[in-house]
Write a protein that binds this ligand. Sequence first.
Ligand code: GDP
Ligand code: IMO
Ligand code: MG
Length: 422
Amino acid sequence: MNTILIGAQWGDEGKGKIIDVLTEEQDAVIRSQGGNNAGHTINIGKKKYVLHLLPTGLLRPGRLGIIGNGCVIDPISLTEEIAGLEKQGVKLNKRLHLSLQAHLVLPYHRYLDGLREDQAKGKRKIGTTRRGIGPTYGDKISRIGLRVCDMADLNHFEKKLLAGFREVNSSLKKQGYKPLTSKPLIKDCLKAAKKLQPYLSDTVTLIHDLRVKKKKLLFEGAQGTFLDIDFGTYPYVTSSNTTAGGACTGTGLPPMAVDRVIGAMKAYTTRVGEGPFPTENNELGDLLHGMGREFGATTGRARRCGWLDAVMTRYACRLSGFTDLALTNLDGLDHLEEIKICVAYRLDGKKLHVPPADSADLARLEPIYETFPGWKKDTSSCRKYAELPLKARRYLKRITELTETPIRLISIGPKREETILL
Ligand code: GDP
Ligand code: IMO
Ligand code: MG
C-alpha cells in the first residue's frame, strides 16, 4: 500500500502531525522533494519535535526514513538535525537512508539565496527561507550540481567542492561582491559528509524491495500545492514539484503503484513569504497570532492568514487526484461569529472557478464568499464526528461539496489524540 500526502495550500497545513498519526500503520516514510526549507511540527506527549529534512516517520520506533532523489540535502544542516533528534532521545540506528542521486545544498547555495533576497527589491522579493533551495535546484537543472554520491569518496568530494567554490567566487567577483572564504566551509562539508556516509543508499532498490515485501509506504510531501514550481503562484513558489507527481519522480515510485493520495489542508488558509493571497484577512491573522498560533516552524515568521479558498483547494484536488482530505486546525475557528469560504473569483467582470495562471491577476481579483455562522464551541475535546457542533459539521460538509473530495481525517489540536478519523 503506497500513500502520498500532499499539502493542498501554501504549506504548513499540518502535514507533520497527520503523517505522525498515519505512521502508526506504516513501515517507511519517504521524502521526495524540497529540503530543510520545510518545518514539520509533531507533538508527542509533552515533547515537541520540528523536523526539516528528516522524514517524520523516524519518530516512531522501527520505521524507516528515506530521503529520495528529488530532495536537496544540506549535509551540514542534516548532521545538526540528526544530532538534535538524537539529543531528544530518538535513535536512528540503521533507519535513515539518503538517495545517492539527491542533490547537495552547499554553503554557497545558502549564501546566494540570501544575497538574491537581500538584493531583490519590491515585487522581485520571494521571501524564501534562505536555505539555498532555489540555487541548488538551479544547479541541478543546469547540470552542474553535486550529489550525495559525490560524498562517497572524500578526496573526490573535496575536488568537486573546490571547483564549485572557485566558480561561484569568480562569478561573485565579476559582479562586485566579496568572494566566500572557501577553506573553512569546505572543511565543514567534508566533516558532515564523513558523518553522513553510513546513510548513503540505493533508495530506488530499497523502495522496490519494500514494495515486493508488501510493506506500507507513506510519501511525505513538503511545502504545498501553490508553492509548486509549475502549478504554484509563480514566481512566489519553491523550486520543486510539490504536487503528487513529484512523489514519483522524486523517489522512483512508479505512478501505477500509487494507491492513495491524501490532501492536507487547514480549515482556513495561511501563507509565509511574499506572493498573492486572495482571501488574506488581517483580522483573522491577528486573532490566530493572538492565540500564539501561526508562526513559521522554520523561520519563526508570522504566517499570513485568511479564509479557506475553495477555488484553490478544488484545483489542488484536480492536480494531485486526492482520494481523501485531511483537514487540520478546525479548532482555530472555534470562537468566530462568522466564517467565510471563497467559492469563486471575479476578475474584470468575469467569474472564475480556477485560479488564473498569472500571479498578477490572482493579486487583483475579487473573492466571492459564502458566509457561515460560527459554532462558538470548543472542538478540541471532540473525538467523534458526531460530537462536533452541528454548525461545524455543516461547514465541513460544504468543504466536501466544494472540493468534491471526502474528508477522512479531522484534526482539532496539535496532539496525536486530537484527531477524528472518519
Ligand atoms: P506542516 O509544515 O504542514 O507539517 O505544518 P507546520 O508544522 O509547519 O504547522 C502546523 C502547525 O499547526 C504546527 O504548529 C502543528 O503543531 C499545528 N497543528 C497541526 N494540526 C493542528 C490542529 O488541528 N489544531 C491545532 N491547534 N494545531 C495544529
Ligand atoms: P512546509 O513543508 C510554508 C515558502 C517560503 C517562500 C517560498 C520559497 O513546512 O509546509 P524556498 O526557501 O523554498 O525557496 O522559499 O516557499 N516555503 C514554505 N512555506 N511551508 C513550507 O514548508 C515552505 N517551504 C518553503 O516561505 O515563500
Ligand atoms: Mg511547516
